[in-house]
Design a binder for this molecule. Structure first.
Ligand code: NAD
Length: 496
């Protein structure tokens, strides 16, 4: 049965209090900030404005929980059962979580139900399943000794996440960190804080002991900075902009040299060669990947490099796709693209569109604000042709629905231009020649390279970038490495 999301939204209540030590609490000084819905510009609720004192309380609670072993010392199979229940509770709360996510950050509810909630649950369930199947090591030492190489949980993990996929980004940190036995203090974005606290409630209901998972909503320069500077936080899993990622490294150097895992911005390249035999599919894929989530995806393929012989035909196909993503009501069943997260983000995106035109790029589709009468913040799917790789729209991460098409003549030139970026998150090569596909995939400097596709993704593979896209890898068994320390224990064996 179709859900009447407007009716549900009218009924939905929101609790903006923090979650510390297993309880909902106001900020210590009672401060709050407004949580505004990008759908219509109205205040949804007020949210606890956590600062240093609240972060101290959350870290102390996480540390106490870690030190007494109430979670870390449970057998892996027991942690598995709790986290499996947590994943089941996320799925059971699907409609509520999806609605809150949509009201808070603007994506279509059809995708928060079909993508965000299931992906967050699958991530938690996957690490739950994995945790009693990961073995430690014994080193090949002489017979006089035995050296055990074991993984130990690190202690208290600070997780600082952005607003574009609030639940999924949280789950990418929570899954491996909790499964490994750590305690977590999560700082959601001030632009999308609400689902994080609900996740913590569901985890508690699933049997996660009090204090193991805490949430401190607040501003980056307040709660975020206090958490990243905290002397009792052992590692920070950060997802966000390259600008703030730099600060994370600074905070670590100014405090206790905590581990910092940065998952940062992107300007991913999509290379289309003339030997590729299905241009419409390439065009549909790039439009789908670019305009999904309003273009607010770190891996959005925002730089499209196309060979000059097929450029006109390819661009015509992309321009044909764009109107399918015209923004609509995020609560309506058929909407493909929703609202940008806030007015500031909309102004940033419109500013980039103006800069593209000013620098001489050709606006081929979109380019304007949409649905202004809703009171929300929507921008049309936008395609620029005639772009050069030196223009701002080709160099800087826009984080909105703006795609730039750049022409090339040779394979070498395409690879050189694609790699000429401060970022290196993802890339895609489209070619029907197996040699070229492999050659170019090898030459592209990116954490993930796709060949003749862009949409495959799974919790089983690492996700992260090179260069200024960061140094961390979320997802897959490799993420356990981030939230565990290796310990070597030497044992002498006499008489052998
Ligand atoms: P942001 O860097 O502004 O904020 C991210 C988080 O950091 C938020 O919780 C924010 O409150 C906090 N923060 C901000 N300033 C801080 C400070 N001085 N000290 C401590 N914390 C601070 O990023 P955003 O606008 O929320 O998210 C968009 C960015 O995230 C884009 O650059 C996008 O590419 C990136 N992203 C990367 C990945 C990835 O896996 N590589 C995934 C999603 C998003």
């Amino acid at each position: 049965m179709d859900i009447d999301w407007h009716a549900r939204a009218a009924q939905q209540g929101y609790d903006g209090r923090a979650f510390i030590g297993g309880r909902r609490v106001a900020a210590a000084d009672g401060a709050t900030f407004d949580c505004v819905s990008p759908l219509n510009g109205r205040v949804l609720t007020t949210v606890a404005r956590c600062r240093e004192a609240d972060v101290d309380a959350a870290v102390a609670s996480a540390r106490a929980a870690f030190d007494d072993g109430r979670w870390a010392h449970q057998p892996p199979a027991a942690r598995k059962r709790v986290l499996q229940r947590f994943a089941e509770k996320i799925l059971a709360a699907r409609d509520e979580l999806a609605l809150v996510e949509t009201m808070d950050m603007g994506k279509p509810v059809r995708y928060s139900t079909s993508v965000d909630v299931p992906a967050a649950a699958r991530c938690i369930a996957w690490y739950a399943e994995a945790v009693d199947k990961v073995y430690d090591e014994i080193a090949p030492t002489p017979r006089s000794g035995l050296a055990l190489i074991t993984r130990e949980p690190m202690g208290v993990i600070g997780a600082i996440v952005p607003w574009n996929y609030p639940m999924i980004m949280s789950a990418w940190k929570l899954g491996p960190a909790l499964a490994a036995g750590n305690s977590v203090v999560l700082k959601p974005s001030e632009k999308s804080p609400l689902t994080a606290m609900r996740l913590a409630e569901l985890a508690l209901e699933a049997g996660l002991p009090e204090g193991v998972f805490n949430v401190v909503p607040g501003h980056g320069g307040e709660a975020g900075e206090a958490l990243a500077l905290h002397m009792d936080v052992d590692a920070v899993g950060f997802t966000g902009s390259t600008r703030v990622g730099r600060r994370m490294l600074e905070y670590a150097s100014r405090s206790n040299l905590k581990r910092v895992y940065n998952e940062l911005g992107g300007k991913s390249a999509f290379l289309v060669f003339p030997d590729f035999d299905d241009l419409p599919r390439a065009a549909q894929t790039v439009a789908g990947a670019m305009f999904f989530n309003q273009g607010e995806s770190c891996n959005a393929p925002s730089r499209v490099f196309v060979h000059e012989d097929i450029a006109d035909a390819f661009v015509a196909e992309v321009v044909k796709e764009a109107p399918k993503y015209q923004p609509g009501d995020p609560l309506a069943a058929g909407t493909e693209m929703g609202a940008l997260v806030d007015e500031g983000q909309m102004r940033t995106v419109l500013g980039y569109i103006a800069s593209g035109e000013a620098e001489g790029a050709r606006l081929l589709a979109g380019g304007r604000q949409a649905r202004a009468d809703s009171g929300g913040w929507f921008v049309e799917p936008t395609v620029f042709g005639g772009v050069t790789n030196t223009m701002r729209i080709a160099r800087e991460e826009i984080f909105g629905p703006v795609l730039s098409v750049i022409r090339f003549r040779t394979e070498d030139e395409a690879v050189r231009l694609a790699n000429d970026s401060p970022y290196g998150l993802q890339a895609s090569v489209w070619s029907s020649h197996v040699d070229r596909a492999h050659r170019v995939a090898r030459a592209l400097r990116a954490g993930t390279v796709h060949v003749n596709q862009y949409d495959e993704d799974d919790i089983t593979v690492p996700f992260g970038g090179v260069k200024q896209s960061g140094n961390g890898r979320d997802k897959s068994l490799h993420a356990f490495d981030k939230y565990t320390e290796l310990k070597t224990t030497w044992i002498r064996i006499n008489g052998s």
